[in-house]
Ligand binder design. Structure first.
Ligand code: BTN
Length: 267
């Protein structure tokens, strides 16, 4: 068991990561007071076993999807977990972002009931009309079959979403109407995430079905890129392997990567 914690890291965070190790929820922890990006730390680190948690009180170069910046502050939770992820049926290989999104939705709906979480494909976490959390999944270059799941959660503050013009930020604190400390929600999120990834290895379809129930884009007129060309139509949710289904005048198209934008809001 590797526990590498900076002495000057947040004392509440230190208690929480020791609990996660003691309970066997994660098999190792690297916890920094400050780092460029926990995803970069996780991608570079060669951990003896998984799940491996990388946590930081502060990121100086947090990264979002599509090369965007991820801006965080003292109210934001920023961490990454490395998992073994190589499904025997390769068609499920791209499902990890969907699984992680559902795990976070389950956490928020359980801890902050009756909050209602919506998932914006592929893995933005929305509640009360704004983005509460984002996920960045990246391959671990040094260890084939290992994937880094990086998560940023607006717990007690709503930092600017930087160059992401398609979303507006929302914090859990604002939604539930009381102050929340970022490390209070960490154990539940990590626990649900670890459980979900294990469950998905044997039963990935459950996560597809749960995503569909919370799909923010379903029924909306959207535009997304399909094989390099823009496709416009009404979103029909996701297929069994996590691709976004778009009902266009030329038939149903499947968007496998990228992101979708709502062009006109319906209902
Ligand atoms: C997005 O919504 O575009 C994804 C945001 C992911 C941010 C998290 S914060 C922890 C981890 N480290 C990073 O540099 N990014 C992810």
């Amino acid at each position: 068991m590797l526990i590498d914690v900076d002495d000057d890291a947040d004392p509440v965070g230190q208690v929480v990561v020791r609990h996660l190790c003691d309970e066997g929820i994660v098999s190792s922890v690297v916890y920094r007071r400050e780092t460029a990006s926990t995803n970069s730390m996780a991608a570079e680190g060669v951990m003896p076993s998984t799940p491996a948690l990388f946590l930081a009180d502060r990121q100086t170069s947090g990264r979002g999807r599509h090369g965007r910046r991820w801006v965080s502050d003292d109210g934001t939770l920023t961490f990454s977990v490395v998992f073994e992820w190589s499904p025997t049926d390769a068609r499920f290989g791209g499902l990890l972002p969907i699984v992680a999104g559902v795990a976070i939705a389950r956490t928020f709906e359980f801890v902050f009931a009756p909050i209602r979480v919506r998932l914006k494909w592929p893995n933005d976490i929305h509640a009360d009309g704004g983005k509460v959390a984002g996920i960045l999944c990246e391959a671990n270059q040094s260890a084939p079959g290992r994937v880094v799941v990086g998560i940023g959660v607006n717990v007690g503050s709503e930092p600017d979403l930087a160059d992401d013009q398609t979303n507006r930020a929302r914090s859990l604190s604002t939604i539930v109407g009381r102050p929340l400390r970022r490390y209070d929600v960490l154990p539940e999120i990590v626990g649900q995430l670890v459980t979900a990834v294990e469950e998905a290895k044997s039963d990935p379809v459950v996560f597809v079905s749960e995503f569909r129930q919370r799909c923010l884009l379903s029924g909306q007129k959207i535009i997304a890129s399909v094989d390099g060309n823009p496709a416009t139509g009404v979103c029909q949710g996701i297929d069994d392997f996590g691709g976004l289904l778009i009902d266009t005048p030329m038939g149903t198209k499947v968007c496998s990567t990228g992101e979708a934008t709502i062009v006109s809001r319906r209902h």
